[in-house]
Design a binder for this molecule. Structure first.
Ligand code: HSE
Length: 438
């Protein structure tokens, strides 16, 4: 092996960056054998060069000038682990304009600017890879882009946020409220000090946009994705789910039935039957079910966060980018160029769990039945939830239109015998019949 080594610049040396540097350094012989030439660290951009670090590389490789680093002639690949939009965006563009292939774990950046970054990559003949941006360690984007590139994906359903899965899992195990489970998640390091993006669902939305672009070859924007976080999920919702043989999960659901152009993309708490594989996903793990016309149902499951698992995906992309660079075949042209047609949420057809607290259970029953009938909300089951007192009706609908369900909830809120705005949670159909309105 006498070819010139490939040189990698790493931007950011936090939890993931540290593990990426460690892996590139400690596995250098194995990586060299797999790539065909040595893969060496050209430099690591950090905020504070003087901070002591245990990453086993020479102090001289640390720099606080990332722009100078990515422009250097000896740098072939840039790994961006800064997170956020700026300066990550400018640095990735500058890297590609200077002919470097880039690897990023930055879901926010790819969701917001993925199409433009792909165009820049294609223009400059370099690779742009970001396997770690969704579901960290799980090889998911590569299979969607490559292995399923000849198939028609019709549906993607998954848990792509580990923090919220941990919180909902704890609520299920302890019967406690959201606030207590969140506190525990922060204390145990499963949630950031500021967990807003996780619990409000915006982290999952960014990942959903990326999944949509690869699954359906269309470009969505984060605002195209319906979003509902988990801050409103109560211990009662979790108990109601249990009594239905379900657990509450924050799901990403993407659907584009065969032969249709429109994509319905959504992130919201969902009652998932215990028989469904996603119900078994515990703690901070992620899992995604992909349904494709030819391949059928595929399940991807594993660690969705953490330094070492995320570094596995990042270094995998480094190997891919390095091999492609040596072959002179970058993948910059894999951009989703078509703007996605978005199906509005009101056209979702789903089953719903509905809880209606009333002032007088017997008197309210007729009112509830009338409102639901008038709004075309067909009821599958209805009973009084005596565990929370005499005055709560809980019901499950058949598959009905979201617009009809919302109209019924609004009408019920105005009924004098109904004590408060009824609560509803969408239910995942155990046999995958939840579908768009045809
Ligand atoms: N905050 C994210 C999560 C980290 O909880 O899934 C991985 O993207």
């Amino acid at each position: 092996m006498n070819a010139r080594p490939l040189k990698v610049a790493v931007l950011g040396c936090g939890v993931v960056g540290t593990e990426v540097v460690r892996r590139l350094h400690e596995s250098r012989s194995a990586l060299a054998a797999r790539v065909g030439v040595p893969v060496e660290i050209a430099g690591v951009a950090v905020r504070d060069r003087k901070r002591p670090r245990d990453i086993g590389i020479a102090q001289e490789l640390l720099t606080d000038d990332p722009l100078e680093l990515v422009k250097r002639d000896d740098v072939d690949l840039v790994v961006e682990l800064l997170g956020g939009i700026e300066p990550a965006h400018s640095l990735l563009v500058a890297s590609m304009e200077h002919g470097k292939s880039v690897v990023s774990a930055n879901k926010t950046l790819i969701a917001e600017h993925g199409a433009q970054l792909h165009e820049t990559a294609a223009q400059h003949g370099v690779s742009l890879l970001y396997e770690a941006a969704v579901a960290a360690a799980i090889p998911l984007l590569g299979p969607l882009r490559d292995s399923l590139g000849g198939d028609d994906v019709t549906r993607v359903v998954g848990i792509v946020n580990g923090t919220t899965n941990y919180i909902l899992d704890r609520m299920t195990e302890t019967g406690g409220e959201f606030d207590a489970a969140l506190r525990e998640a922060v204390e145990r390091g499963y949630a950031e000090a500021d967990p807003t993006a996780d619990v409000e669902g915006t982290d999952a939305v960014a990942k959903t946009v990326i999944l949509a672009s690869l699954a359906f070859h269309t470009r969505l924007s984060p605002t195209d994705v319906y979003r509902e976080g988990i801050t409103g999920v109560t211990a009662q919702d979790v108990a109601d789910a249990r009594s239905r043989g379900c657990v509450v999960k924050l799901l990403t659901v993407l659907e584009r039935p065969a032969g249709q152009g429109e994509v319905l993309a959504r992130v919201h708490p969902t009652m998932v039957p215990l028989t469904h594989p996603l119900a078994q996903v515990k703690g901070a793990d992620n899992a995604v079910v992909v349904e494709a016309a030819g391949a059928g149902e595929l399940l991807f499951r594993g660690a969705g966060a953490g330094g070492v698992p995320t570094a596995s995906s990042v270094v995998g992309d480094v190997v891919t980018a390095a091999r492609r660079r040596l072959l002179g075949r970058p993948v910059g042209a894999m951009a989703p160029t078509v703007a996605g047609q978005v199906r509005p949420m009101r056209e979702l057809r789903s089953r719903y769990h509905l809880g209606v607290r009333v002032t007088d259970a017997a008197a309210a029953l007729d009112d509830i039945a009338t409102v639901l009938r008038v709004n075309d909300v067909r009821v599958d089951s209805l009973h009084r939830n005596r565990s929370v007192g005499p005055n709560t009706w809980v019901l499950a609908t058949e598959a009905v239109l979201e617009s009809d369900l919302c109209a019924a909830v609004e009408a019920l809120s105005a009924v004098p015998s109904v004590a408060e705005v009824p609560r509803f949670i969408r239910m995942l159909d155990p046999v995958g019949q939840e579908a768009l309105a045809r």
